[in-house]
Write a protein that binds this ligand. Structure first.
Ligand SMILES: O=C(O)c1ccccc1NCC(=O)[C@H](O)[C@H](O)COP(=O)(O)O
Length: 253
């Protein structure tokens, strides 16, 4: 698969087309990042499960828009025990904004991931965050350069993969935080078996995140047993009381 992303679901094709048009920031950012590995370690030492709770106002696979104040949602997620937050900044398909991320990062003290579809270096400069998502399928041969460009700015890059080839590319690019996305961006199907299949191939010194499709405490247990150091959860937390949902998923049963 190349960075043009052929064989993508039409919704994802539209997301990628929009991402390719989006401008970057005017000035190169320099981030003093909150350490995600330290936050994960502290959560585990505290006897809890590291959850990255996602502020996801809408998406191509959810109905309606949740238009509560994103800062209030973020505060509630942290009160519920979130180790880190993921904030969608993609405006056209996920209802996100860079301004929401900025305000959330000012309001909480946990690491914040910028969840977007960054395809060019200057797009890293749109807003500061502690972690930044790089999707191996979308950036193709530019992955190593973007990992380096992100680190030069102080970001901790989280490299997202869905296939064995993407995992190999992520490790070759020096990724030390890898997210295995259970959602196939080609068909938008979600299968937790994806994580179970790829996780054994990830070296122990890589911090491994299970992304997408985690809904229940059984799913959490399944992903942890398969080797997840942390879980990234959007829909299941955004559906209802975000504090209670975060607490339920981050508390061992
Ligand atoms: O969530 C979507 O509908 C979606 C559609 C097309 C491309 C990406 C999409 N999601 C991005 C994500 O990575 C998820 O928001 C994240 O992993 C959380 O997933 P979930 O817990 O299943 O909401």
């Amino acid at each position: 698969m190349n960075a043009s992303g052929d064989e993508l679901a039409p919704e994802v094709r539209a997301i990628l087309d929009a991402a390719q048009e989006r401008p970057g920031g005017d000035t190169r950012v320099s981030v003093d990042a909150r350490s995600f590995p330290d936050a994960v370690e502290e959560t585990v030492a505290d006897g809890r499960i590291p959850v990255i709770a996602e502020v996801k106002p809408t998406s191509p696979t959810t109905e309606g828009v949740r238009d509560d104040d994103p800062v209030e949602l973020a505060r509630e997620m942290v009160a519920g025990g979130a180790t880190a937050l993921s904030v969608l900044t993609e405006p056209e398909h996920f209802g996100g904004t860079t301004d929401s991320l900025r305000r959330i990062r000012d309001a909480v003290d946990v690491p914040v991931l910028r969840k977007d579809f960054v395809v060019r270096e200057e797009q890293l400069d749109a807003v500061e965050s502690d972690l930044v998502l790089l999707i191996a399928r979308f950036v193709g041969d530019d992955l190593s350069d973007l990992v380096e460009a992100a680190r030069e700015r102080g970001f901790q890059p989280l490299v997202e993969v869905h296939t064995r080839d993407e995992l190999v590319a992520a490790l070759a690019a020096g990724a030390d935080i890898v997210g295995i996305n259970n959602r196939d961006l080609g068909k938008l199907d979600v299968d937790l078996g994806t994580f179970e299949e790829l996780a054994p191939e990830v070296p122990d010194d890589v911090l491994l995140v299970a992304e997408s499709g985690v809904k229940t405490t059984d799913d959490v247990r399944r992903m942890r047993e398969a080797g997840a150091d942390a879980l990234l959860v959007g829909t299941a937390i955004m559906d209802g009381d975000v504090r209670q949902n975060t607490h339920a998923l981050s508390t061992p049963t």
